[in-house]
Design a protein around this ligand. Sequence first.
Ligand code: EPZ
Length: 417
Amino acid sequence: MAFIEINGGNQLSGEVNIQGSKNAVLPILAATVLVNGIIKLNNCPKILDVFHMIKILEAIGCTASWDNSSLIIDATRLNTSTVPEEYVKMMRSSIILMGALLGRTHSVTITYPGGCTIGARPIDFHLSAFQNMNVLLKEEDGLIKCSTDGVKGNDIFLKFPSVGATENIILAGVLADGKTGIINAAREPEITELCKFLNAAGARITGAGTERIEIMGVDYLHPMEYTACSDRIVAGTYLAAVAGAGGEAVLTGIGDENLKAVIKVLREMGCSIVSGEDYIIIASSGRAKPIPFIRTMPYPEFPTDMQSQIMSVLMTATGTSKIVEEIFEGRYQNVKEQIKFGADIRVKGREAIINGVPSLTGCEVFASELRGGAALVIAGLMAKGKTTLYNPYFIQRGYEDICRDLNQLGADIRMVT
Ligand code: EPZ
């Protein structure tokens, strides 16, 4: 059984280049299904979730090959619209294939993706949107069978600016008949990235990054090459690692544009941060100031995907902090592992109160989801002594090689297989 071993308590220093964005490339890989030809996706991260998506695309008739960090997908010979169950269970975000398969083949059969540690993660917004786009849904034996004689554009109001639902509606609308308007659309940078990719392939989408997105259906998308943006959450994770362990770091290949809410909180914690278009430099004493109130909200507010990592940093702050997790009801599952380091954290519903302690002690902990696992790595870097982190698989779903990257920042961390 693989595990990560960390000898913590040292300051960090060094430079690290940030990988391509997981949450940008997953919907883009789904979008390749809409193209009757070859797509070359540059700066694609070599992470487990991408490997899973490749398996799904190959299972439905696409071909995939790597050229260094470029992934080449050819969906010409797509031969089914049934997404294999074993992969949906393995990666719930494969649900993003629904819109693309409906657009390309006018049908899709997929099992209900389960929830996960961080929440129930229903897909009701996705399904009701498809029904408003001339799609018939049948649910039997845990399968969702969708069919249409043609996706029709429509105005779709989202009760909540769901990232996945916004992406699925866009993917269904790109080749639809007529115009689709999404009201209360998600504004995350990954939505903007998907729309940039689709427009570069011939789609006609406006309003990306705002709460109203319009998609004018076109007849086809053409083959092309695209370079994915860097991962803002991976960058935020490494900034938090320096904030917690102390020291300084230069992050390259990413700018501050999509990290303003995170940088604001890190500065309030006492970090000094200088940033530009494609670099971020951070310096920290390793003893954060407490933050009286942080609430996770849809973009551009503070991202839920950075909540656990910031909580780790606040575990040794010079006072009491409060976090409110508004997006995923299960994100505090990770707190029981963070407490093993000697942290003082009290959870009540959506609220977590963190009373900073003078120091943390290395221990044995278990990751149960992606960002919580990354938060445990940060705590291990902050803690005196040795930390052993089991179930690193969860972290490898979104981080190409967290040990390699943190070694470049001077951390004493290694994967033991
Ligand atoms: C995306 O998940 C990301 N995943 C998540 O990142 C991220 O945390 C989340 O957006 C919020 O930013 C990918 O992009 C692959 P949502 P998604 O639909 O699309 C509720 C990571 O660590 N909801 O915006 O599933 C839902 O339960 C992952 O990289 C419904 O009720 O998020 C949640 O409470 C974790 N019905 C809220 O909306 C629906 O039909 C936000 O979910 C859909 C969502």
